[in-house]
Design a protein around this ligand. Structure first.
Ligand SMILES: [Zn+2]
Length: 236
């Protein structure tokens, strides 16, 4: 596991060379908020990173419920029984098999584990605050995808709305050196609209599920949106 720090944010990267998966610890006054829960095998490293930082994990927040973002949740909840768990209701419904599509919506792709036991304490909706983080609805990659914006320093935690590994892209726009986020994307058109919404926040740092931290990301986010729009038109 690799650990990188930027102000209040710690990026934890698992399997950095093969299939790099990030999750994040956000430092608040009285504890840490974990954003995403990586893979099942990541639990012990996440707990030891919190120990190194020296604050307890009080909140676990999920961008979406794909198995490389929620994998360690049950193990972490067992180790941290008092930690509150936050996610979008839509993502919980996808996990529990209660989700149904509306007319004209594309089919759901795979990637949602079926064995998660931990129920969320709180369902999140746009505009909610988890200490310093504001909840932004960013559907597209997954139907209930959320992003989180830290108002203290302009850090945007975008989950898989964008990828940086294998070339920067909006979710659904395929990069052949790392095609997995695109393969897992539910609705590319919606994901482009959400990407535009995220760039309008004018983040100072972009932190995603797959790839390194990106400082001053706005110009590259705009380029990625243009690239994705072109791809959409050429397939129309
Ligand atoms: Zn995903």
């Amino acid at each position: 596991m690799r650990l990188q720090k930027h102000e209040h944010l710690y990026q934890l990267t698992f399997m950095p060379r093969l299939f790099p998966v990030n999750c994040y610890l956000i430092e608040e006054k009285d504890g840490l908020t974990l954003v995403d829960a990586a893979m099942t095998s990541s639990a012990a490293s996440i707990l030891s990173a919190a120990e190194t930082i020296g604050k307890p994990i009080r909140k676990i927040v999920l961008t979406h419920a794909h198995s490389d973002h929620i994998g360690a949740l049950d193990k972490l909840k067992k180790a941290l029984p008092h930690a509150e768990v936050f996610m979008a209701e839509t993502e919980w419904k996808l996990l529990s098999g209660e989700f149904s599509l509306k007319a004209n919506e594309p089919p759901i792709k795979g990637g949602f584990p079926k064995n998660i036991q931990t129920k969320p304490t709180v369902y999140l909706t746009e505009g909610d605050r988890i200490d310093s983080l504001e909840v932004i609805a960013a559907p597209g990659h997954s139907p209930g995808m959320l992003a989180f914006f830290d108002h203290r320093n302009g850090v945007l935690l975008a989950g898989d709305s964008f990828q940086l590994r294998g070339g920067m892209a909006v979710a659904g726009d395929i990069r052949w050196r790392f095609p997995f986020p695109a393969w897992g994307t539910w609705n590319k058109e919606l994901s482009i609209a959400s990407a535009q919404k995220l760039v309008d926040l004018e983040p100072k740092l972009l932190a995603v599920g797959h790839g390194d931290l990106l400082h001053n990301p706005v110009p590259k986010m705009q380029q990625a949106i243009q690239r994705a729009r072109k791809g959409l038109n050429s397939h129309a």
